[in-house]
Write a protein that binds this ligand. Structure first.
Ligand code: V47
Ligand code: SF4
Length: 396
């Protein structure tokens, strides 16, 4: 009898939780009402059991990471998102950076000898970073290093540059694809619900526009990620609304690869007075995301933001991906008060971090093809330690 059946048969189990547990055991989808119930009522360890069951059914003990680096063309932005530690810099433009093509190519070339598989390009929105700038940039990167996967820009930039270039979303996304961009990261999603978005998103694209641009990208055969910025002024029902919108689009296109909950950090921004969520709340949020998004293959925790220990804990709450061996070029989080001020981990460190919580580390590329399976890899200083013995997984 599986652990879930033991719970279902326990007469003391809350009726609502029994229904939800049965659905999870039968691989059925939970409703919006049930999602809200989990946010409002379910305690951490119960959520962990449900989310871990789903995680292990989908991936066994496998935990993915990739080798990537972040590139931020500028940290100056004409939008004024209240949670962003960049937004004040438009008034102090001279304190920021605005890279040219040459500057960016110099950064790309620094990684020439390194086995990175992905560059993640994202940053502020400014008029000179227009459609032509980016299409030329992506083509130049591809010409220089064809095997480097370009995961670039979000609907925030795309909405702005397409409008400026007077092209439709469809035409714009086609041009972006042709220029060499391979996938779209999940940023800019924040909270879709206008009740919250209008207060925090500083005039950038709406939730519907964000979703539409991803839809078009998926329709032309491309993949993308999705995020949710949580733990600020939103209520649980706004989170459910956000997850539901993503689940519906995924039903339509199947183009999302992974969902990344992003914990709001409150340093150096206009929302510094808003208290940050606790680690317990962060883990609950990972678990509910895993349970709710039945049609998403992966849930990723972004370790530089939440720190290594919480990232390790998240692997027992539905998460199966830790992002990558990010280099310290990502300032958007360190400026906002992330746990890791200088977020870089070697492959060996990341693999050991994953092993030490009883999981198997798999290096993937951006599209989740296996690059190296580290399950049986022995590092020089491994000696006797091969990770802890863990419970049998549901399904390998
Ligand atoms: O949209 C900005 C967030 C996002 C803060 O797709 C903040 O693989 C917390 O989307 N506190 C951009 N978060 C980053 C992003 C991302 C990160 C890692 C991997 C992937 C992926 C995507 O960063 C923004 C916003 O939601 N952000 N400021 C802050 N103070
Ligand atoms: Fe600009 Fe992005 Fe910061 Fe908003 S979150 S102010 S769009 S850099």
């Amino acid at each position: 009898m599986s652990a879930l059946n033991v719970l279902i048969n326990d007469p003391k189990l809350d009726a609502e939780l029994r229904t939800i547990t049965k659905k999870v055991a039968n691989q059925e989808r939970i409703s919006e009402k049930e999602g809200l119930y989990l946010f409002e009522q379910a305690e951490l360890s119960y959520l962990g059991v449900l989310a871990n069951h789903i995680r292990e059914q989908k991936h066994g003990s496998k935990t993915y990471f990739n080798r990537n680096f972040h590139l931020e063309p500028t940290n100056v932005c004409l939008y004024t998102c209240t949670f962003c530690s960049y937004s004040r810099l438009i008034k102090k433009r001279s304190e920021g950076w605005e890279y040219t093509h040459e500057d960016i190519m110099d950064i790309i070339k620094k990684y020439d000898e390194q086995p990175v598989t992905e560059v993640h390009i994202v940053g502020g929105v400014l008029p000179q970073y227009d459609l032509e700038f980016y299409t030329k940039l992506f083509s130049a990167i591809k010409a220089h290093r064809p095997d480097l996967h370009i995961k670039a820009l979000t609907p925030v930039e795309y909405h702005y540059i397409f409008k400026k270039a007077k092209v439709s979303y469809e035409e714009g996304m086609r041009l972006i694809k042709e220029s060499g961009a391979d996938s779209m990261p999940g940023g800019g999603a924040e909270i879709f619900h206008p009740e919250i978005r209008d207060q925090i998103a500083g005039g950038k694209c709406s939730g519907d526009q964000w979703l539409r641009i991803h839809e078009i990208w998926h329709e032309i055969g491309m993949r993308s990620n999705a995020t949710m910025l949580y733990g600020h002024i939103e209520k649980f029902h706004h989170r459910v609304h956000h997850l539901e919108a993503l689940r519906q689009l995924q039903d339509k296109t199947g183009g999302f690869q992974t969902f990344i909950p992003l914990k709001f950090r409150n340093k150096n921004n206009e929302m510094s007075h808003v208290e940050e969520s606790t680690t317990v709340e962060d883990l609950r949020n990972y678990a509910i995301s895993r349970i709710y998004l039945d049609n998403f293959d992966h849930i990723k925790s972004y370790w530089p933001m939440i720190g290594r220990t919480t990232a390790q804990l998240s692997l027992a709450f539905g998460v199966d991906d830790l992002d990558g061996t990010i280099d310290d070029t990502t300032k958007i989080y360190s400026m906002a008060g992330s746990e890791e001020q200088n977020p870089a981990l070697s492959t060996e460190q990341l693999v050991k971090m994953i092993r030490s919580v009883g999981r198997n580390a798999i290096e993937r590329d951006t599209l989740y093809n296996v690059v190296t399976d580290f399950t049986n890899h022995v590092f020089e200083d491994d000696k006797q330690f091969r990770g802890y013995v863990s419970l049998p997984v549901v399904n390998n």
